[in-house]
Design a protein around this ligand. Structure first.
Ligand code: NAP
Length: 283
């Protein structure tokens, strides 16, 4: 049986390694990115390249978005050469970007009008997990549509879980990313405090790593601070976006409020660097 034709939209830090996983799994993949130049490696691996979302949709059955934010999603759907400008009946659109539950509901309704399915399926994990197909994927939308595309999601993640109706995946993701922001700020503040008291970062990280509070995340981001490496795996501007989305959804707890302010204050200087650059902002 021939494999589902997949369209991949968005070739950023996450989109490229995720699309690679599908090509490696021998799915026929067509890619599109707003700006040109990021598609070369995937084209060398065998991907077809479309010059618009509209063209991409014409030649594929399942269309996956991994783009920055709500504005990008709107552009992909609604532009003159966007997804909505073509026949979508029977296709499934999976939006893996971290965006608002509101835009998920809006785009799901546009898809339904056209007899297409829309799933929100944001991911937890970063570039490393994307490169190894070890993401955690939380899905909202029709459960039967989720079951239909689960084999594809299973190439990208170690867990794909349906969590409820349209927008539920986005809600789960915003909750998780609130914790991510708190962890990151907490780790940065802890290292700064220890340093002030004369404790070396490497010694502190070794202790944290062996203690119950140590985990994969504190290891990766602690090492980034230790090595002074702030190149974006997950850009700081994206956590600001996510904390704002969580605020719009009504999160108002003390730590969430504080984290939003801290990351917002850092955004103009460090927005393009990794979120762990919050360490430099606090220093
Ligand atoms: P990124 O590296 O900043 O890439 C963003 C992608 O969105 C690029 O392909 C960009 O196209 C496209 N884009 C931005 N604005 C657009 C617009 N107005 N119209 C069309 N395309 C547009 O982002 P990323 O790190 O891959 O993250 C993608 C999504 O996954 C975000 O929602 C992020 O919050 C989420 N996420 C990221 C991570 C992570 O660790 N990086 C982890 C989990 C979830 P250009 O190349 O033309 O700029």
């Amino acid at each position: 049986m021939s494999k589902t034709k997949i369209g991949w939209i968005g070739l950023g830090n996450m989109g490229i390694p995720m699309a690679e996983q599908l090509i490696k799994a021998e799915y026929p993949v067509t890619v599109y990115n707003r700006s040109q130049g990021k598609e070369y490696k995937l084209a060398e691996m065998g991907a077809r390249v479309a010059n618009s979302p509209q063209v991409l949709a014409l030649e594929t059955d399942v269309i996956i978005l991994m783009v920055a934010d709500d504005k990008a999603v709107e552009a992909i759907f609604e532009a003159e050469d966007g997804l909505l400008k073509t026949e979508l009946a029977g296709k499934t659109i999976i939006n893996m970007s971290t965006v608002s539950p509101e835009i998920a509901k809006r785009m799901a309704s546009r898809c339904k009008e056209r007899n297409a399915h829309y799933l929100d399926a944001p991911v937890s994990g970063s570039v490393k997990q994307a490169e190894t197909g070890q993401l955690v994927i939380m899905v909202g939308g029709e459960q039967s549509a989720f079951e239909g595309v689960k084999p594809i999601l299973d190439q990208l993640g170690k867990l794909s879980k349906w969590v409820g109706e349209t927008g539920a995946g986005n809600q789960a993701k915003l909750a998780i990313n609130s914790l991510l922001a708190l962890y990151t700020q907490g780790l940065a503040e802890t290292i700064l405090f220890a340093n002030e008291k004369g404790i070396e970062t490497s010694d502190l990280l070794e202790l944290i790593g062996q203690a119950a509070i140590g985990n994969v995340y504190t290891k990766i981001k602690g090492d980034a601070i230790l090595n002074d490496q702030y190149k974006a795996a997950f850009a700081l501007k994206h956590i600001v976006k996510d904390l704002r989305l969580a605020k719009n959804e009504g999160i108002s707890t003390p730590l969430a409020k504080t984290a939003l302010k801290t990351f917002e204050d850092a955004e103009s200087r460090y927005g393009e660097e990794d979120l762990v650059a919050i360490f430099k902002a606090l220093r």
